[in-house]
Design a protein around this ligand. Structure first.
Ligand code: 2NL
Length: 366
C-alpha cells in the first residue's frame, strides 16, 4: 500500500519536474518501462492469492492509467512550449530576395535562324517549314536533279525503306522540297494568279552522308524563294547584299557574286564576303581574301514548271546557305561538331539569352 502511494507521488512529481521531452521519456521508462517500478509490481501479481491479485491488480492498473495520462498531458505541454519558443526566437525575413533560378540559354543554331528570320522578315518574307522525311520527287525530281545525278547516290543520301507503291523515300538533303510543296499549294497558285508575290524563307534540318571536321550527317540550312512575274537577278543581288550586311552587322561588307552551277537555278551565282586572315584568325569585312557564304540563282524554268506554274509567266530567285556555317563564322565557333555535343559548358559559353528576340531595330546578336 505504502509502496503504491510512494511510487505514485514520486512519479507524478517527476513528470511535472521533467523540463524537456527527453527527461519526460526517462521518467516513463523508470516507471512503465521493462524494468520500471510499476512493471516490477505487475510481475509480483503471479505470486498472490486470487483475492489479493484482484484487489492489488485493480489498484495497479488504475495507477498505471493515471501515470500514462499525466505523461501524455506533460508531453503535449512540453511540445507546445517548445513550438512557442521556436516561434518566438525564429523569424522569416520576407524582404530577402528570391533564390536565383537556373536560366537556360538558346543554342546558336536557333539564334542564327531567328536572326535570319528577323532580317528577311523585314523584307517581306514569311517562314515556311516542311517534313524532314521526303519522297524523291519533292527532294530531287521537282528540283530538276536528273535520275543519274551523283547527289542521288546511296553514298550521299540517306534512303529509307520505300513506300508500299515503291516510291523512294529519303531524309531531305536540302530544304528545297518545302519550296516545291509551297509553290504547289492551291492557295499560293491562286495568290500568284491574282498578281501577288511569293516570298518565303525555309530554315530547317537537312541530312547528307558526310562526316568530318566541317561536315556532320545532320546540319541546318536556310533557303529562300521569291516568285512572281517580274523579279530579276538585280533583286537577287540587292536582297543578298542587304542580308549579308545586316547579318554580319558590317555596313560596308564587301561582296562578290561568282558564277556557279546548280541544277535548280539558271543562271547561278555563289556569294563570297571579304575577309582577311591574321595570325590564323579570321576577320570578316576587310582584306584580300574571300569566304564563300551562300549559293543562289534564278529559279530554273523546269523547276517552275514542275511546281505547276507557267515558266513563260513566272520567274524568281532562290538561295541557300548553311546555318551552322554562318553561325560559326559570325560567332567565332571553331569546330562544327561541337554544335551537336550537348556539352553544357559549351552551351553556357556560346548560348544566347532566351529573353531577347533578335530584330533589326533592337539588335540581332550580342
Ligand atoms: C547552297 C546553295 C541553293 C537553291 C539553293 C532553290 C530552291 C528551289 C528552286 C531553286 Cl525550290 N533553287 N534553292 C538555289 C540556289 C542555291 O543552295 O550552297 N546551299 C547551302
Amino acid at each position: 500500500m505504502t509502496d503504491l502511494s510512494t511510487i505514485r507521488s514520486e512519479a507524478l512529481g517527476a513528470v511535472q519536474a521533467a523540463a524537456d521531452l527527453a527527461a519526460l521519456d526517462a521518467v516513463r521508462v523508470g516507471v512503465l518501462g521493462k524494468k520500471g517500478h510499476v512493471t516490477g509490481l505487475m510481475k509480483t501479481l503471479g505470486g498472490m492469492s486470487p483475492d489479493e491479485r484482484k484487489a492489488f491488480g485493480a489498484r495497479l492498473n488504475e495507477l498505471k492509467g493515471e501515470i500514462e495520462s499525466v505523461l501524455e498531458a506533460r508531453r503535449a505541454a512540453l511540445e507546445t512550449s517548445a513550438l512557442d519558443a521556436r516561434l518566438a526566437s525564429e523569424r522569416v525575413d520576407v524582404s530577402l530576395p528570391t533564390r536565383p533560378e537556373g536560366q537556360g540559354s538558346l543554342h546558336p543554331i536557333g539564334q542564327v535562324m531567328d536572326e535570319v528570320g528577323a532580317i528577311f522578315g523585314e523584307m517581306g518574307f514569311t517562314w515556311a517549314e516542311g517534313p524532314d522525311i521526303e519522297d524523291d520527287w519533292h527532294n530531287f525530281t521537282a528540283l530538276n536533279i536528273p535520275p543519274d545525278h551523283p547527289a542521288r547516290q546511296m553514298q550521299d543520301t540517306f534512303y529509307l525503306p520505300p513506300r508500299a507503291d515503291g516510291t523512294p523515300i529519303v531524309l531531305r538533303t536540302h530544304t528545297s522540297p518545302v519550296q516545291a510543296r509551297t509553290m504547289l499549294r492551291p492557295d499560293v497558285q491562286k495568290m500568284l494568279a491574282d498578281g501577288g508575290s511569293l516570298r518565303i524563307i525555309v530554315p530547317g534540318r537537312t541530312f547528307r552522308i558526310d562526316s568530318d571536321a566541317t561536315h556532320t550527317p545532320m546540319f541546318h540550312q536556310v533557303e529562300g524563294l521569291v516568285i512572281d512575274r517580274t523579279t530579276h537577278m538585280g533583286h537577287l543581288k540587292g536582297c543578298l547584299v542587304d542580308f549579308c550586311r545586316a547579318f554580319f552587322e558590317i555596313d560596308d561588307l564587301p561582296l562578290r557574286f561568282r558564277p556557279s552551277y546548280f541544277p535548280f537555278t539558271e543562271p547561278s551565282a555563289e556569294v563570297d564576303i571579304g575577309c582577311s586572315w591574321k595570325d590564323g584568325e579570321l576577320r570578316i569585312g576587310a582584306g584580300d581574301s574571300w569566304l564563300e557564304i551562300l549559293g543562289s540563282g534564278m529559279v530554273h524554268p523546269n523547276v517552275i514548271a514542275n511546281c505547276g506554274l507557267d515558266p513563260a509567266v513566272y520567274q524568281g530567285f532562290a538561295f541557300g546557305m548553311g546555318i551552322d556555317r554562318i553561325g560559326m563564322l559570325k560567332y567565332g565557333i571553331p569546330d562544327l561538331r561541337s554544335f551537336f555535343d550537348s556539352d553544357l559548358r559549351w552551351l553556357r559559353h556560346y548560348g544566347f539569352s532566351a529573353l531577347e528576340w533578335p530584330s533589326l531595330t533592337g539588335g540581332l546578336g550580342r
